[in-house]
Design a protein around this ligand. Structure first.
Ligand code: FAD
Length: 372
């Protein structure tokens, strides 16, 4: 019998299992694959940098998570986090005008770089840009697997979940597991419960690793991201494809747009494609992560139908069931802090930060279910 079984060994699940283990729990991490990071996390370029903007709530949260993530990776997994620095360049002249305004909202250490400083770094940009020297890039699958190595891990495809007498049973094809708590970290696939209110959606993306001798020491982001040259490899990422069947609309050259953009940023003459990665990012309705307890939607529908007419009734949650999802295009930025918060809720009963609690979406969703 486990204290907690974490379902899904992407960066969300690996971080959560790692944190729970650090807190002394008897935890098991499971995935339908025999390795960690075969979902969206394996495809990620895994750039870890602050968000720029005018200090909106998502920026504030992202930057809190960034500060936590870089410290966490450097402390526990320094081999898989390269603190190359990340330069944020304006997308165009219009965007450049906003940078002076954005600067006051940069909470992380940063410098302004002008055209000559950018050129010295091998970057073909004339507009003033931010350099975040503490930002960097992770080796995504290696990092997830290093985390998974630090906790008991088992290949297990969860088909369904049942709850009886305070114990969860995970049913697989041929066997079962028993646990007190469950964490769902299943990325864009959420079929184990009715979680429509969270509105988790997948956005497909592709990116590439390129062989290159370009002496690029800093990573950068404009419309796309280009990594520093790490061991003869430069990463380009990533596309955003909204199509329902992205493989069907792919023209066989998913990286063409990235390569064209990269040429406007650095000298990409010697780039030779080594490997293409594709995967799904799972985002929430409001782009804010979903971390905490899960509402028992079936119960609410049966017992509180007035909730669909706007009544504010107390929410009933599925017992000892938790989620970490909706981390979108910034899974490697958000996961460590979100996992720290979730493990504090599970182990110490610490209240979840309201900004990420999925409850925020339930009543809004109910009001939209006309005729429910
Ligand atoms: C092309 C691309 C580029 C990206 N670039 C960046 C970036 O630069 N920086 C950044 O921070 N983020 C980036 N991301 C986003 C990041 O990858 C995601 O936010 C992150 O992978 C989400 O992690 P996750 O653990 O929630 O989901 P996933 O990694 O998808 O993991 C979910 C896991 O759950 C397992 N699973 C699902 N259902 C079951 C079941 N029933 N039983 C057992 N196992 C199950 C799956 O097998 C999978 O392994 C990028 C994503 C893509 C696709």
């Amino acid at each position: 019998m486990y204290d907690t079984v974490v379902i899904g060994a992407g960066i969300a699940g690996c971080s959560t299992a790692f944190m729970l283990r650090e807190k002394g729990q008897n935890v098991l991490l499971v995935d339908r694959s025999s390795y960690a990071a075969t979902g969206g996390s394996g495809a990620a370029g895994a750039f870890v940098s602050p968000k720029i903007g005018k200090g909106g709530p998502l920026q504030v949260l992202t930057n809190e998570a960034f500060e936590y993530a870089k410290t966490f990776y450097l402390h526990y997994f320094p081999d898989y986090f390269h603190q190359t620095g990340v330069i944020r360049m304006p997308k165009d002249e219009e965007d450049a005008k906003k940078f002076a305004e954005y600067a006051i909202y940069n909470r992380s250490q940063f410098e302004m770089l002008d055209a000559s400083q950018l050129q010295e770094l091998g970057i073909e940009e004339t507009l003033e840009s931010f350099l975040f020297p503490e930002a960097g890039v992770c080796d995504a699958p290696e990092l997830c697997n290093a985390m998974a190595d630090r906790v008991p891990f088992r290949q297990f495809d969860v088909k369904s979940l049942t709850f009886e007498n305070g114990i969860w049973q995970l049913l697989g094809s041929n066997s079962s597991l028993f646990t007190r708590n469950i964490v769902l970290a299943t990325g864009h696939e959420n079929v184990l419960f009715d979680m429509r209110y969270m509105g988790v959606r997948g956005t497909w993306g592709s990116r590439g690793d390129y062989y290159s001798k370009l002496p690029l020491e800093v990573s950068m982001h404009k419309k796309i991201s280009v990594s520093a040259n790490i061991g003869g490899i430069v990463k380009l990422g990533a596309t955003h494809v909204k199509a329902k069947s992205p493989c069907m609309v792919c023209d066989g050259r998913p990286l063409a747009s990235l390569e064209a953009q990269a040429k406007t940023m650095v000298n990409a003459d010697d780039f030779v494609l080594k490997e293409t990665f594709c995967g799904m990012r799972a985002g929430s309705k409001d782009y804010v992560p979903l971390v905490g307890k899960v509402v028992d939607t079936a119960y609410m529908i049966e017992h509180h139908r007035n909730v669909f007419r706007g009544a504010k009734v107390p929410l009933k949650h599925l017992e000892n069931l938790y989620i970490l999802n909706g981390i979108g295009g910034r899974g490697f930025v958000f996961s460590p802090l979100m996992a720290a918060w979730l493990s504090a809720l599970i182990v110490e009963g610490k209240e979840m930060d309201k900004r990420v609690d999925p409850d925020r979406l339930f009543l809004k969703w109910c009001r939209k279910q006309k005729g429910a």
